[in-house]
Design a protein around this ligand. Structure first.
Ligand code: ADP
Length: 211
């Protein structure tokens, strides 16, 4: 048997609702959710590691890959060690990682992708910006606080993260319309997990940063 973690990747632009859906899945028996952004945000921001995170995230940029994967790996190993995550029983639900092809390659040593669920915000950049700003207020998030940082985050998604979709075989992938209400998105995500795929699968994925 493979010792890689059986993994469901939740993928989508900032503001597409990965965190909301990931948390929901993480509450179900047999699923364990880890959001890469949460791993970073749990670090003391005055520590050296915390300062590196702030330096990049406050500009809407990705934290360097080696640093990110090392931190992610340490975090998961701690969860396994403390038996909160049980890889022999639970599917790992990852959100926010991998965010570029290099990270996807680095993760290949550790994860076996079982499903790739893509939360799509089609031609509605205004809704994405609205969600990010509303979250900035509620969660005190520096990276969503101003227009320039948001713009940069969407550009980074388009240029660095979106190509990750081509990295994985299309038969693992199901696309879900993330502009529906959270409960409708949850319905489609669960249907995707249960194998009832949507016809959206075939539609081309448009640029979220495009105006
Ligand atoms: P969102 O869900 O809105 O896309 P996250 O909470 O996942 O935001 O990430 C917040 C910030 O943390 C990112 O803008 C980036 O600076 C950093 N970050 C999170 N995940 C990664 C990653 N896999 N690689 C590099 N940087 C990351």
């Amino acid at each position: 048997m493979s010792d890689k973690y059986k993994t469901l990747l939740l993928f989508g632009a900032p503001g597409s609702g990965k965190g909301t859906q990931g948390k929901m899945l993480g509450k179900l028996p047999g699923f364990f959710h880890v959001a890469c952004g949460d791993v970073f945000r749990a670090i003391d921001l005055n520590s050296e590691v915390g300062k590196v995170f702030l330096q990049f995230s406050s500009k809407g940029e990705l934290v360097p890959d080696d640093f990110t994967i090392r931190l992610w790996k340490e975090h998961i190993e701690k969860l396994v060690h403390t038996k909160r995550f049980r890889p022999d029983q639970d599917v790992l639900v990852l959100d926010g990682i991998p965010r570029n092809i290099h990270q996807a390659q680095m993760l290949d040593d550790h994860i076996e992708v079982w499903k790739l669920i893509v939360l799509r915000v089609i031609h509605n950049r205004a809704e994405v910006v609205r969600r990010l700003k509303s979250r900035a207020l509620k969660e005190n998030r520096l990276d969503d606080a101003n227009d320039k940082t948001i713009e940069n985050r969407l550009e980074v998604y388009d240029h660095e993260s979106r190509p990750v979709l081509e990295y994985y075989p299309t038969d693992y992938r199901v696309d879900v319309d993330a502009l529906q209400s959270p409960i409708e998105v949850a319905h489609d995500v669960l249907s995707a997990i249960l194998g009832r795929t949507q016809e959206m699968h075939a539609i081309e994925f448009p640029s979220v940063a495009a105006k």
